[in-house]
Design a protein around this ligand. Structure first.
Ligand SMILES: Cc1cc2nc3c(=O)[nH]c(=O)nc-3n(C[C@H](O)[C@H](O)[C@H](O)COP(=O)(O)OP(=O)(O)OC[C@H]3O[C@@H](n4cnc5c(N)ncnc54)[C@H](O)[C@@H]3O)c2cc1C
Length: 416
């Protein structure tokens, strides 16, 4: 079924009886050419691009819960490509370009909104670092703009510029950054992949891998064995646990990250804004709620909920930026499990087990990566060679010393 204005009108006039489910619920087949473990944004995008771009057939996505229940439906919806390092910037810029045409391609309204993102700076040294990052972005074909105080005051009048402790000196803007409705991305990719014949199997946990002579022959699941020519794993926060079932130990820790939504307000924030003197980022949803977040909870966990100290820390960051909004009430908060890598950058690579491939280590930046991660993982699965924008995301870079340490934090996953 194609979605269009005409279709909405037709259904409105005929009692909405013609809408169909977005995807089928097939029983698993005994074997597929390619099995993707994990039905988050990355797994679904991979399946979609495998079918559409690389003309692969007999593909299944195996999801232990429901579509949209993982981090793809739990994040703070920010997309951007404001990275510094050569290993990262071309990949994230490619992703932003894919976001720009995504809704037309999927025929699905994912509410891609390029409302812009501004990173505030509060010192001369921070300004210099942001100028350097902006120049790196421009050199890779992305857009970056340095905003002075007057421009910021015009665009963000509700911000406390003269806070005695954290005076704002300016900001680095990326106008093409913005937000996307997170779970709609999962639904859009799932619908489009299903239409191309991909089997999406929900409520079916992968419990092991069948490996013989160093070669992966399929997965064991709650619904029995499923054979596979190739297996791609994209399970985000569960990466270490799932790959341990294949005997692999990853350079990844799992940490909790929380997200928050306030009650609905009249428009106060035109775009995404990040605080430079602490960890706080915020945008306003189309319904009016402020959507915001901050640091990880700081300890290893697989719980999809966080604790009060971080809520207090995030609220303090918010108060430093918008003291005028101090009485706004918090409506909802939740947590997701982040696959934090040792250098803060992701992995899209083959593994030491033949025909077993891995996509993970997205830390808390994997939502913006969804289209490119899907395309690059599909490229790797279909051609056995890395996509040109993802050549740095090697699993063995930690052993070989080729870290992509965007923040310069060292091997300290909880600080990336
Ligand atoms: C609070 C929060 C805020 C964030 N904010 C942003 C942001 O603003 N911008 C940004 O770019 N990124 C953000 N992120 C990060 C981003 O959401 C993730 O990096 C990204 O969604 C991970 O990829 P995914 O969508 O495939 O993950 P998921 O949706 O988590 O998909 C993985 C799937 O694998 C399934 N799975 C796990 N184990 C198994 C198994 N054994 N068998 C079968 N299936 C299994 C899970 O059920 C899950 O559905 C945020 C994350 C959180 C939690």
């Amino acid at each position: 079924m194609r979605y269009s204005g005409f279709r909405v009108l037709k259904e409105a006039l005929s009692g909405h009886k013609g809408w169909r489910p977005l995807w089928r619920s097939p029983d698993p087949q005994p074997a597929y050419d390619i099995v993707i473990v994990g039905g988050g944004g990355h797994g679904l995008a991979t399946a979609y691009y495998l079918a559409r771009e690389f003309r692969q057939h007999r593909i299944a996505v195996i999801e232990k819960g429901w579509i949209g229940g993982g981090n793809v439906g739990r994040n703070t919806t920010i997309i951007r490509s404001n990275y510094l390092l050569d290993g990262n910037e071309p990949f994230y810029e490619y992703s932003l370009k894919l976001w720009e045409g995504l809704e037309q391609e999927l025929n699905y309204n994912a509410m891609v909104s390029q409302r812009g993102i501004v990173n505030l700076f509060h010192s001369d040294a921070q300004r210099d670092a942001y100028i350097r990052r902006g120049n790196a972005m421009i050199l890779h074909g992305a857009d970056a703009e340095l905003l002075d105080l007057a421009a910021l005051r015009r665009e963000y009048p509700f911000v406390d510029f003269d806070n005695a402790r954290f005076p704002i000196k300016g900001g680095l803007a990326q106008r093409r950054g913005g937000t996307v409705r997170h779970d709609a991305v999962a639904w859009g990719y799932a619908r489009a992949a299903d239409a191309l014949g991909v089997d999406i199997i929900q409520n079916c946990q992968v419990t092991g891998f069948r490996i013989e002579n160093g070669r992966c022959l399929g997965v064991e699941t709650a619904r029995g064995h499923i054979g596979a020519g190739k297996v791609g794993v994209a399970v985000a926060g569960s990466s270490s646990r799932v790959m341990a079932q294949a005997g692999l130990r990853l350079p990844i820790e799992s940490h909790v990250l929380q997200a928050f939504v306030s009650e609905g307000l009249k428009p106060v924030l035109p775009g995404v804004i990040t605080f430079g003197a602490g960890h706080f980022y915020c945008s306003q949803s189309d319904k009016g709620g402020l959507v915001f977040g901050g640091d990880l909870d700081g300890y290893n966990s697989y719980a999809q909920r966080g604790n009060l100290p971080v809520i207090e820390d995030v609220a303090e960051g918010g108060m430093a930026l918008f003291p005028g909004l101090g009485r706004v009430r918090l409506l909802r908060a939740w947590g997701g499990v982040m696959d934090m890598s040792m250098d803060g950058s992701p992995i899209i690579d083959r593994t030491p087990v033949e025909q077993l491939y891995f996509n993970g280590g997205w830390c808390y930046g994997g939502f913006k990566a969804t289209p490119a991660a899907g395309m690059c993982f599909a490229h790797l699965l279909a051609t056995d060679s890395p996509h040109p924008t993802a050549t740095a995301y090697r699993l063995d870079r930690f052993a070989r010393g080729f870290m992509i340490d965007e923040k310069g934090m060292g091997a300290q996953p909880n600080l990336h």
